[in-house]
Design a protein around this ligand. Structure first.
Ligand code: ZN
Ligand code: ZN
Ligand code: FE
Length: 793
């Protein structure tokens, strides 16, 4: 690991033991040449890991004896090219890891607010323990000259610290101060200028951060340049400002994330467990999904509903750059901090592009002149059943690898799916997952995807000979895979990849029963899958059970129209006759006024068969009247979960039928019972609670049925539907009570953001026969905060 104070650590250690030699960054890791008596060398090797600095993650140490000239001191050498690495076996699998970005450390924070410190209120201070890393790296080895700080020559004072082995900034590549480093500046947009004219105030030129804080306090919208891109911010306690931001950003209902000045402020609006607090304060500083407090004062409730409507949780983060700390201290209130983009576009990170794309959305820019080399969105996490889980794995984690129990047979690229795109580069035991790239249908996101593949390949010295991709020929990731110059292309079924991603995390190679519930994925029979029970082993998968097919009315467009799925499931359960639906549903769904949809249903026109559980959630959310139009994928399920009365014990029964080796799961009795409940006036929260119970019951019955047939007692839960914490928690609990070993995600998202890891792992599993070594250190790549959480079963 580079840039985490490891070389200074080695220097101190060697000097304290009186050893001579050198330490340097190589492309393939840190290279240490050390000479001295054997006993001292042994002590040195032992202390190398035990006393390592907090940000360092040592994956492997290999040592060899070499001939050398006698030395008289221990030095830190400059970077070298790989050919100069002397005396180290070039055949071993060595590699350098670019560290992820890290939140401002406590010591830097103290300096930031210390009027006597020379970096008092300097918004870009950092040290070997904190600051930008991955997002400023242009090439390896990690040295200032190969970062976006190259354009900022150090002043004499910074250089002195940089060269002093006793200093916290010894070899801190991005170190800077007000005399030599980047500066913050303001820029008003036309929107903002107009506001200034109206209010009679002139744009002021004093402290940019104080001015931005004042603008935010008056309800203005400000674009803020952060570590991995631009955020758009407004006062989260001002519903009118939040509404204006929604209109400008074309973002109707989707919850916004909020940055809060302190843990104390967070506790005013959200429930907070010790694990959640630790995660919020971890150096990765992710957005953490927290349960909103009930019984808030009316005004606070109104503000919260504007920020995250019809959701149980609120995405919250703490300041993670000095600039954030200064701004939040000046504002003293929570700020909406949403990605700087328009709806589905990737987050803006280059200044010209940001100015062009975000000017119509904001009044003011708070920006700076330190370029961002790689875009990187905030990571999103939550604690479920005492474990950290990811909704999005990006800033703070990229490009940290997931360590696999199995080595890749050759350098590999897995391109993932279409939505929530993340790719994976595989080399040795390391699976390097990219930052979150977004939905590839967007042209800018697709460009970003191809650029990032080149950047990572170069940075990590991975030259893929094998490319793994989804079965779906229409995915842009699949099309890219076909264009790439590779020796071999391997298609991996979508839900197979989901389950394999969970197996990869846990180092599993023996057969598992995989429960893959999500919105959409192409099946090997060309149907749209998403309610699958797969038995996955080293060589592939068997589809053991799935939800019965219903037409996906209107194809993919149905994702935005839960009403279509309500009609499809209702007609499948009750018949498509004119009077089949009860009057209340005919009113609610327009059951009579939809001849076109009915025709599509009966003839299957533009309506592929689907077994999707995500679409079943859509159907139920619309049937009970909660959500008829979705402005983002997963909205109906999120709102159904939020509405569910969790004290309900009622449940509906799915029908199970064996058709040869496949168990068909029939949802029609569930839909009929829900329809009856609606007709008899039962309220939506009760039905929503009962529906969740029904799915849990069904999962246990079906997996138990498969266990009896196969003897497999391990269950892996994956797919985007398991972002539903209520379902995920109850399903895992119920399966454990039924005697299963249950495996859930901790290192990558259960949604399509984890797909590429699964694609990669299926290749490692099927190719690396005989090389399996049980993985004991899968937990070592967890964020440090999760050390407080119990290990998985
Ligand atoms: Zn620091
Ligand atoms: Zn300086
Ligand atoms: Fe999926």
């Amino acid at each position: 690991m580079q840039g985490v104070g490891f070389r200074p650590h080695v220097h101190r250690l060697a000097t304290s033991l009186g050893l001579c030699g050198s330490v340097r960054n190589g492309v393939d890791g840190v290279v240490i040449c050390v000479q001295g008596p054997d006993a001292d060398l042994d002590n040195f090797l032992a202390a190398l890991t035990t006393d390592a600095p907090p940000l360092a993650a040592i994956h492997r140490i290999s040592s060899v004896r070499v001939e050398t000239e006698p030395g008289d001191s221990f030095v830190i050498s400059n970077s070298l090219v790989p050919d100069e690495v002397v005396g180290v076996d070039a055949a071993t699998d060595r590699m350098a890891f670019v560290p992820p970005d890290s939140a401002t450390c406590d010591e830097c924070l103290a300096e930031l607010f210390d009027p006597l410190n020379r970096r008092y209120r300097y918004p870009f201070l950092n040290c070997t323990q904190c600051g930008p890393r991955f997002t400023i790296v242009r090439g390896l080895p990690y040295d200032r000259a190969r970062t976006t700080l190259a354009a900022f020559p150090m002043c004499a004072a910074c250089r002195a610290e940089y060269l002093d082995p006793a200093d916290r900034r010894f070899h801190a590549q991005p170190t800077a101060c007000a005399d030599c480093g980047p500066v913050a500046r303001l820029q008003w947009t036309n929107l903002g200028m107009r506001h200034q004219e109206l209010s009679g105030g002139a744009p002021d030129a004093d402290d940019p951060i104080a001015t931005a804080a004042r603008a935010l306090a008056t309800g203005l919208i400000v674009a803020i340049k952060g570590l991995g891109g631009y955020h758009i911010a407004c006062d989260a306690t001002n519903p009118a400002a939040v509404e204006r931001l929604r209109v400008r950003k074309h973002r109707q209902d989707r919850p916004f994330a909020v940055m809060m000045p302190s843990v104390e402020t967070i506790e005013l609006t959200c429930e907070l467990t010790p694990d959640e607090r630790a995660l919020l304060q971890s150096r990765e500083r992710p957005i953490v999904l927290l349960a909103k407090r009930q019984n808030l004062p009316l005004e606070a409730r109104r503000a919260l509903d504007a920020v995250a409507p019809r959701s149980l949780s609120l995405g919250v983060m703490l300041p993670y750059t000095p600039l954030h700390h200064l701004l939040l201290a000046a504002v003293g209130a929570p700020l909406v901090m949403t990605s700087g983009n328009l709806s589905d576009e990737p987050i803006a990170f280059e200044d010209d592009d940001a100015l062009e794309r975000l000017s119509p959305l904001v009044d003011l820019f708070l920006t700076h002149d330190r370029p961002i080399a790689t875009r990187c969105d905030d990571s999103v996490m939550r604690i479920v059943r005492g474990s950290t889980t990811f909704t999005r794995r990006s800033r703070g984690f990229s490009p940290r690898p997931v360590h696999l129990a199995l080595p890749f047979p050759s350098h590999l690229l897995a391109v993932g799916g279409q939505l929530k795109s993340v790719f994976c580069l595989g080399r040795g035991h390391s699976a390097f997952l990219s930052h979150h790239i977004g939905d590839l249908e967007n042209a800018a996101a697709y460009r970003s995807f191809t650029d990032a593949i080149s950047h990572y390949s170069r940075l990590l010295q991975v030259h893929p000979q094998v490319v793994a991709h989804d079965l779906h020929a229409g995915y842009l990731s699949t099309q890219l895979a076909e264009q790439l110059d590779a020796a071999e292309r391997i298609p991996v079924q979508h839900h197979h990849a989901h389950i394999a991603s969970c197996m990869a995390e846990h180092g599993l190679s023996d057969p598992v029963i995989g429960v893959a519930f999500d919105g959409t994925g192409l099946g090997d029979d060309s149907a749209v899958w998403g309610g699958e029970f797969l038995v996955v082993d080293r060589v592939g998968y068997t589809r053991a059970a799935h939800l019965c097919y219903v037409p996906l009315l209107g194809g993919e467009a149905a994702i935005r129209r839960p009403r279509h799925m309500a009609l499809s499931h209702a007609w499948a359960a009750l018949g498509a006759g004119a009077d089949a639906l009860p009057p209340i549903l005919r009113d609610r769904l327009g059951g009579d006024g939809t001849p076109l949809l009915r025709q599509m249903f009966e003839k299957g026109v533009s309506s592929p068969p689907t077994s999707s559980v995500g679409r079943l959630f859509d159907a139920v959310a619309s049937l009970v009247g909660i959500c008829h139009v979705a402005s983002f994928e997963g909205q109906p399920a999120m709102e159904l979960e939020a509405a569910a009365d969790t004290t309900v014990s009622r449940s509906y029964e799915f029908d199970l039928r064996d058709d040869d080796a496949v168990t068909l799961i029939d949802a029609t009795p569930v839909i009929r019972a829900i329809t009856d409940d609606i007709s008899s006036g039962l309220q939506a929260p009760v039905i929503a609670g009962a529906f969740h119970n029904s799915l849990v019951g069904m999962i246990v019955r079906v997996t138990d049925h498969i266990r009896q047939r196969t003897g497999v007692n391990r269950v892996a839960l994956s797919g985007g539907v398991f972002q539903n914490a209520l379902l995920a928690t109850r399903a895992a609990d119920a399966l454990e009570r039924a005697g299963f070993h249950v495996y859930t995600h901790r290192l990558v998202p259960c949604n399509d953001g984890g797909l590429s890891l699964g694609q990669a792992y299926t290749v490692a599993l099927s190719r690396a026969v005989g090389q399996f070594e049980p993985c004991t250190d899968a937990l070592s790549v967890l964020p440090p905060a999760s050390a407080a959480t119990p290990p998985a079963p």
